[in-house]
Design a binder for this molecule. Structure first.
Ligand SMILES: [Zn+2]
Length: 609
């Protein structure tokens, strides 16, 4: 019997209506009951999306006769065939007006889609090859990680259903830049314009590719596609096997401090081609697209990707030493401000991502911790601990290389226990306490201890609230804490509204998220800056202030006794009296001479004991 074949046609010729006209042609489908299933989520974005909500006009024919295609569940349809082999044609329309890296968007300027929005799985034919044909307005062209079918324009082949869903398409009149590393073609498909510098972008991407290639030893693809969306807002990134989609604000490419975030995003998504797309626990591929999949390891998949994204930017010399250390210090500051770090462990954060990280609410900082943020910091600590225990022989990159060789390069996932086992094998010692405390537990992370291995220490201070105009970043911070109300507020429709109240802050049981702030001690406050200045400059820790507010439209008053604020100027600096061993570990870890650190903080340069 001939194996069935599957061809999807995506017709984008009605862009103004935001509707893809879809056709699925199946040849040689054997006799029986058949099921069409549309995914309810897309890998890399751990949220039930129910893409079927945009699908309509579904109808089918079997051997040229109309057939009843009946709805089985929110994302499944069924039909029957009676001949030994049938030719089946399924037609349907999909509304596509959701911009975003995991979205589905069709308008006058382009088409962009993730396969999970458009492509049915037929029965259990996950291992079968799939062909995609694109029908587009005449001047449009296509960028995708899929391989074209030889000689036929607008035709692409995926070797199986997972790869079909793992290969987004950008179709339109977008710019296409290319560069080569190891004789492999890299394409940058840019939709939209802004203040980007295409030459610098290509140069920087090439440097990222090379730095990460050096870390793993090879580029495990034939070609790679960066799809870049430049719009009025950042939409993040999504990783794929040999492509990525990143959405940035169109004006995020200048000044330098904004461009740093773009570089970080691109580096993160590219690193994923190893970490999570190839190195991953069994649950993360092949995927069950029909329901949530659970893993305790997203801190390693996302947090460690963040860690190496920044580290390899330093290796590529795209981040200066100061920029690297500032990034780490900012993470420590953000982590230490969140009471949720003592409530939720990294492994719980990972397991619960479907209902917590991807569904944040006003109380999230108090009850949850991001596996990106804490995972990045735990990656740093684990890297330094491994380097210390192995006298500089191995770091965390060796753990990833071994997992890549044994599983990633073989195309299989690993059982979850393998992660700790591999760390212990590389470190030639037990890491049970480390995992118990910082991954499965909520112990505070002693950053000075781990950074101390590299001769560094954390300085926790406060931005001067009485800074005169004209002072700059180099103005020394103050060492004594400022007064704090214990809330985050934001300006919304001209109203100053509380976003979060911190459970360890003085207003935890007095002020509520959603309260509209009106006045402090009878004097009106209008903006976040005004509120912060008034509290920090005109009041002291221990003062009780009267906060006037509207709560659900009713005027209320609350007396709040101001507490010390968490540090808002955290820096990483050289420890006093670093040893030769500490300096050597620093240099091997950051591939940066110790003297570069001394040049950063003149007056603080250390002397050997
Ligand atoms: Zn990621």
């Amino acid at each position: 019997m001939t194996q069935p074949s599957f061809v999807f046609t995506v017709d984008c010729r009605e862009p103004g209506a935001h509707i893809y006209h879809m056709t699925l042609e199946i040849e040689h489908l054997p006799k029986g009951k058949h099921t069409l299933t549309l995914p309810v989520w897309t890998p890399g974005s751990y949220k039930i999306e129910d893409f079927a909500r945009h699908l309509f006009h579904l109808r089918g024919e079997v051997n040229r006769q109309a057939v009843d295609v009946h709805h089985l569940s929110k994302n499944q349809w069924g039909f029957d065939t009676f001949a030994e082999e049938s030719r089946v044609v399924i037609r349907y329309d999909v509304y596509a007006y959701e911009l975003g890296t995991h979205g589905n968007h069709l308008d006058q300027s382009h088409a962009y889609f993730n396969g999970a929005h458009l492509f049915f799985l037929v029965d259990d034919y996950k291992a079968a090859p799939y062909e995609v044909r694109i029908v587009a307005p005449p001047e449009w062209h296509v960028s995708t990680g899929l391989d074209p079918v030889d000689g036929a324009p607008f035709r692409y082949r995926a070797s199986d259903y997972d790869i079909l869903l793992d290969s987004p398409f950008e179709i339109g009149t977008h710019r296409r830049l290319t560069f080569t590393v190891d004789d492999k073609r890299h394409e940058v498909a840019i939709w939209g314009h802004g203040n980007e510098d295409p030459e610098q972008l290509t140069r920087d991407l090439s440097a990222i590719v090379q730095a990460q290639r050096d870390l793993f030893g090879e580029l495990p693809y034939n070609h790679y596609t960066f799809i870049l969306h430049l719009t009025d807002r950042g939409t993040g990134g999504l990783e794929h096997l040999n492509s990525t989609t990143c959405g940035t604000s169109r004006f995020a490419y200048k000044p330098r401090k904004n461009y740093r975030r773009v570089l970080k995003l691109l580096s993160h998504e590219f690193f994923h081609l190893w970490n999570v797309k190839r190195i991953h626990p069994e649950m993360l591929g092949p995927f069950d697209y029909n329901r949530e999949v659970y893993t305790h390891l997203l801190w390693a998949m996302e947090g460690f990707t963040d860690y190496f994204a920044t580290l390899t930017l330093r290796y590529a010399n795209l981040f200066s030493l100061k920029e690297y250390l500032t990034t780490v210090a900012d993470n420590i500051q953000a982590y230490e401000k969140k009471p949720g770090r003592f409530v939720q462990s990294l492994s719980e954060s990972s397991f619960d991502t479907w209902i917590k990280l991807y569904k944040p609410d006003e109380d999230s900082p108090n009850r949850t911790i991001s596996y990106y943020l804490k995972g990045d910091l735990v990656g740093l600590c684990l890297d330094l601990e491994l380097r210390q225990r192995t006298q500089g022989r191995y770091g965390l990159d060796e753990v990833l290389r071994r997992l890549y060789r044994r599983y990633g390069a073989q195309g299989v996932g690993f059982p979850e226990s393998v992660y700790q086992e591999t760390v212990e094998e590389v470190g030639a010692s037990s890491f049970q306490t480390f995992f118990d405390q910082y991954i499965d537990g909520t112990e505070p992370i002693p950053f000075d201890h781990f950074l101390g291995y590299a001769g560094l220490t954390v300085q926790r201070q406060y931005k001067r609230s009485d800074r005169d105009e004209g002072t700059n970043d180099d103005t020394p911070p103050q060492t004594s804490p400022k007064a704090w109300l214990g809330i985050d507020a934001t300006l919304s429709n001209g109203r100053l509204v509380i976003q979060h109240t911190y459970s360890d802050g003085p207003a935890a049981t007095l002020l509520n998220p959603g309260d509209q702030l009106l006045a402090i001690n009878g004097y009106q406050v209008n903006t976040v800056e005004e509120l912060e200045e008034r509290i920090a400059l005109d009041h002291a820790i221990g003062d009780t202030v009267e906060v006037a507010l509207f709560r659900r439209g009713k005027l209320e008053r609350a007396a709040v006794t101001l507490a010390p604020a968490p540090p808002d100027d955290v820096r990483i600096v050289a420890a006093a009296h670093p040893t030769a061993e500490q300096k050597a570990l620093f240099e091997a870890w950051l591939k940066t001479p110790w003297t570069a650190l001394e040049e950063l903080s003149p007056g603080q340069e250390s002397r050997e004991a």
